[in-house]
Design a protein around this ligand. Sequence first.
Ligand code: C2E
Ligand code: CA
Ligand code: CA
Length: 436
Amino acid sequence: MELKEFKTQFDQDEYIFREGDNGDCAYIIESGIVEVSVQKDDRKLVIATLGQGDLIGEMAIIDELPRTATARALEATRLIAIPHDYIHQKVECSDPAVRFFLQIVLERYRDIHARLMHVFEGVVTPGEAEYQELYATTTNVVKNLMTQYLELQDRILSAVNTAGDEDEARGHDDQTAWHAKEMLESERALTNALTNGEFQLQYQPIVDLKAQKIVGCEALVRWQHPQQGTILPAEFIAQAENIGLIVELGYWIVREACRFQRRLSQAGGEALFVAINLSGRQFDDSELISKLETIMREEQVSPELIKYEITETLLMATPQLANEFLHKIKATGAKLAIDDFGTGYSSFSYLHQFPFDTLKIDRTFISTMIPNRKSQQIVKSLVHLSHDLNMDVVAEGIETSFEEELLLELGAEYGQGFHYARPLDADAFIEHLETA
Ligand code: C2E
Ligand code: CA
Ligand code: CA
């Protein structure tokens, strides 16, 4: 069975399939543009617009149920059809490439799910009766999708497990299959971690270098894995971004960090800010600003004591869009910091356009500052630049008192690093405040 037998062509506006049709194949878009939508009464919601190399109709080859969406060619479009039997046959032959294919299918599935939630949440305004009904329907659709998805994942995992055993029996070292299996398993664990309450925030003090006192902290997420123990963000944030989980996890982080800020305020003493990292993918959520506002209000924190950290790399990926978001975040009253400065495209010339309050100098410059005069020069100019643009400076990753002294000389106001404290859990941070 070869794929090229199944090439098909569609004219502009022609339907490739409709919601409710029987589906026995998926399609790869060879050329053209396809709109995928769902319909409710007279409302059409476009859930994806896909082009060359994208996959559509993949659900049909997984669950063999009627189509859950409508696909229409927006221009003359050529597709390669992938019949259900083809995939099935290949899975049974335990071809690792096909397992990867399925993995991509799963990611798309989750993406669609996330978009569905997002779009329908967008149209629901509390109190509008007809939208409430729409919302209930959507929620059910999404729930069903999730149940199917989890069942499907079980089936794939057991298929891959069996294939793995067979490979072993045949004496094949099938690395690819195991890799695919591990990825699926870890994605699943990550998805469940949020519902199981396995994420935790730690807080690392940010210190006024001159006054030698704590002025705030940065919230850093950890995954307390039931078997593997503490997992650092470097090992799961990228994956959480890939599977879209970062949006939901991000809101959890903001709420948790706001609660901590409130706890700090109630403990008395001087007001301390809490800095929260935002990742690029969170900016895809059009509700981001209103949700940040809602969370800060519900948790009763003063927005000026929350500082959102955005990396330079994220900023420079889409400067204009990022700038819009930044101004909206500023309008909520919260503060903004540019994170890991100096590691990205070094956006010096753009910097003045963005409404940052703080520039965080990446620790790579701080740790090489003593032996390397070039780093020292860079730090010096970054401090000057920041001050010229009315920003204060946080030097990251201070590990020694030599670095601290040098930074003071170079004019940096604030510092963060193991020299002061490692990231601490909430109770330990409060204890540290009392003893520091
Ligand atoms: P980052 O924002 O640059 O965070 C600072 C990282 O430097 C933290 O690592 C912290 O533990 C580490 N660090 C602090 N002081 C020192 C020091 O003196 N020496 C050394 N060697 N390291 C130091 P962590 O917690 O592993 O976080 C790594 C990155 O993960 C963060 O880098 C940030 O980009 C991301 N991240 C952490 N928490 C979150 C979060 O809640 N949301 C998002 N989106 N990303 C997060
Ligand atoms: Ca940060
Ligand atoms: Ca940083």
